[in-house]
Write a protein that binds this ligand. Structure first.
Ligand SMILES: [Zn+2]
Length: 462
């Protein structure tokens, strides 16, 4: 027997443990893990001594080439490759008309899926899609069978902005999602509370970004989460709370959660690594919704990642430029921050180096759990038979994050100047090297659309 590749002498990180072992890859698949003597002859051997060998990061929350992002698939997924992210789940937005829309006419959800699949033909990493319902038009329910058959097994809804759905319509979406055993993905902030507080800050001229968190407070996030998760439970729908930013919203998920078979949630790298003081230090560059919260909220998010109320860390990558962000009043700033290239080193530094979490924990929340939660069984693990999506990571290399290194079109980083210990050295996707020591070596178009399964949320799969 021979292999295309052997990664030798590294420390392999699985969701459960660390082991000193070699790993063999053939035909894009992991074929063996074991001691050096058991490895087949390989065309290429990568020496990983002193390094960690981890599954590629699976980021289930990115905005690339479509609504809310200036990144093309090529730029966005180049950033991902450099950051050790080998799969992502992007969004297919049902086109709507309104102030925030980028479309001239309404479109169907299936058109959105086809549009995003086409755009993804330039991807360097594998990608799936969430469908986003943006309008209260029941015609979308006639499309859901086809959408789920297309591998789009999760449906996103908003409670805020002009695309926010009423509880009544959302309630029906939960029923439709439950019927198809798909996943409902929720952005929860109570729109009327946020709008009223925003208007008050505007009226008072409180435009400095340090005031921004007061416009979208933690209780508004928790209130909307409570309504949504309660409806999901009544309908029997799987519920996933995205970008959970605070203790109050995470507590809601925990209150409704039993064993993770019905309710799950994520937080994002920036909520774990930063707090609201970033708005003083960085101004509107750091603005996203929900806002960054308090140091106590950061601690609570880690507690909930530890106890399982939250089980995933995503980026919510959005590639705005300085010009979109740096405005006089925070309410004129574009919302969203880029971090596909920095998520692994920043979260590693925060979770493992600063807070003492284990490497298996890191792999669970960034790789294994997102893959299992969203129906990507070949991803997020190094088990033989799965895709050879692998990161070789040096846990000891120190470097300073700078947007000058960004592959994304975003020309700033909220982690600018941050010194981190731990760096991505090599990223492999299905056995092919796509990033090598800070250089993108993958080809646009090598990344494939992933037809996602209906995920199995039974407790032993988390
Ligand atoms: Zn998002």
């Amino acid at each position: 027997m021979t292999a295309d590749l052997v990664i030798s002498d590294g420390t392999i990180v699985t969701p459960e443990r660390l082991l000193e072992a070699d790993l063999a890859v053939d035909g894009g698949t992991i074929t063996a893990i074991g001691d050096a003597k058991s490895m087949p002859e390989a065309e290429e051997v990568v020496d990983a001594s002193g390094k960690l060998v981890m599954p590629g990061v699976v980021d289930p929350h990115v905005h690339i080439d479509g609504y809310l992002s200036n990144d093309s698939y090529e730029t966005g997924t180049s950033a991902a490759a450099l950051g050790g992210v080998t799969s992502c789940v992007n969004f297919a937005w049902e086109a709507w008309l309104g102030d925030l829309s980028v479309w001239d006419e309404k479109g169907t959800l299936m058109e959105a899926v086809e549009r995003q699949k086409r755009k993804g033909e330039d991807s360097l990493i594998d990608f799936g899609l969430h469908g986003v319902i943006t309008r209260e038009d029941p015609a979308v329910f006639d499309e859901l069978d086809a959408v789920v058959e297309e591998g789009v097994t999760s449906i996103k809804m908003f409670t805020a902005y002009e695309i926010g759905l009423s509880n009544g319509f959302m309630n029906q979406v939960f029923e439709e999602v439950a019927e198809r055993d798909a996943v409902a993905v929720l952005h929860t902030e109570d729109a009327s509370v946020c709008n009223h507080l925003t208007d008050r800050l505007k009226a008072n001229g409180e435009g400095h970004p340090r005031e921004y968190p007061r416009a979208r407070p933690d209780y508004a996030e928790a209130m909307a989460a409570e309504d949504a998760v309660r409806m999901a439970q009544e309908a029997g729908a799987k519920y996933y709370g995205i970008h959970t930013s605070c203790a109050k919203a995470a507590d809601v998920l925990e209150d409704f959660q039993t064993d993770g078979s019905e309710v799950r949630g994520e937080t994002c790298t920036h909520y774990a690594a930063l707090d609201e003081s970033a708005y003083e230090a960085q101004g509107s560059l750091a603005i996203q919704a929900p806002p960054l919260r308090t140091p106590a909220d950061r601690d609570a998010l880690f507690d909930h990642l530890h106890d399982g109320a939250l089980s995933v860390v995503s980026t919510d990558h959005v590639a705005f430029r300085r010009a979109d962000k740096e405005v006089e009043h925070w309410w004129d700033s574009s919302f969203g921050v880029n971090s596909l290239q920095t998520t692994l080193p920043v979260f590693h530094d925060e979770a493992v180096n600063e807070r003492g979490f284990s490497y298996p924990f890191l792999v669970r929340v960034m790789c294994t759990n997102p893959a299992r939660t969203f129906g990507l069984p070949g991803k997020g693990t190094l088990e033989p038979g799965t895709d050879a999506d692998i990161v070789v990571f040096d846990p000891n290399e120190e470097y300073t994050i700078s947007a000058a290194d960004n592959a994304s079109v975003a020309d700033y980083s909220i982690y600018e100047g941050r010194e981190v210990t731990g760096r991505v050295k090599k990223t492999f996707l299905r056995g092919e090297l796509i990033a090598d020591d800070g250089e993108v070596v993958g080809e646009p178009g090598y990344g494939e659309y992933v037809h996602r399964e209906r995920p199995d949320w039974s407790p032993n799969r988390r």
